[in-house]
Design a protein around this ligand. Structure first.
Ligand code: VGL
Ligand code: ZN
Length: 200
């Protein structure tokens, strides 16, 4: 078994003071740094949106952040402008050790489509390429940590499980946005999909 650590979106905008701050988002960083040496394969993701991305409430007249709209691919939560390509908010948190990353994968770079998952964009069919990278490196088991538990970690873990990887989510190294019960729903959904939720 070859196990990869997948570190999801530990970026300034998802940490306190950021544009889409996840409560306690920076509290997980020391734990993630300490986990890195234990894994032979280490992948980091970065939410990486162009200016004017369609998931930004600012692009939809009369809409506010955390509202919902219908996109061609289904319902989409609207967000404050965040993780704009090249901005300070899109950078990794400065306390995160990034040198050990084998691969950094960016997602959400197509203006018309959001991408929560590290594997597929929100249409559930456009691949990011991460599956091929992991398979060609012989990875069959994943440990996922990062931000946010109920969005990008959740969708990444579900896609990975559907693709046939063994998946663990280290909940102590994740923090949630928790919009209208989204954390409880995500935990239930991950358990139902056979994802192992641990105290890492
Ligand atoms: C995320 C909302 C919008 C995440 C990314 O990383 O969980 N959430 N973009
Ligand atoms: Zn985003």
């Amino acid at each position: 078994m070859t196990q990869a650590l997948i570190v999801i979106d530990v970026q300034n905008d998802f940490c306190p003071g950021g544009a889409l701050a996840v409560p306690g988002g920076d509290e997980i960083i020391e734990r993630i740094n300490a986990m890195l040496p234990d894994y032979p394969v280490r992948v980091f993701t970065q939410d990486w949106h162009p200016v004017g991305h369609s998931s930004f409430a600012s692009q939809h007249e009369g809409k506010s952040p955390f509202g919902l709209i219908e996109m061609p691919y289904g319902a989409q939560v609207l967000w404050p402008d965040h993780c704009v390509q090249g901005s300070a908010g899109a950078a990794f948190h400065p306390a995160l050790q990034t040198d050990p990353a084998d691969l950094i994968i960016r997602k959400g770079f197509r203006r018309e489509i959001d991408s929560y998952s590290a594997f597929f964009e929100n249409d559930h069919s456009t691949p990011t390429g991460l599956e091929g990278y992991l398979r060609t490196r012989g990875v069959d088991s994943l440990v996922m940590v990062g931000l946010a538990t109920d969005f990008c970690v959740n969708y990444s873990a579900l896609d990975a499980a559907h693709l046939g990887f063994r998946v663990e989510v280290g909940l102590e190294a994740c923090r949630a946005i928790d919009l209208d019960g989204s954390l409880a729903a995500a935990l239930d959904g991950m358990s139902d999909a056979g994802i192992v939720l641990t105290d890492h």
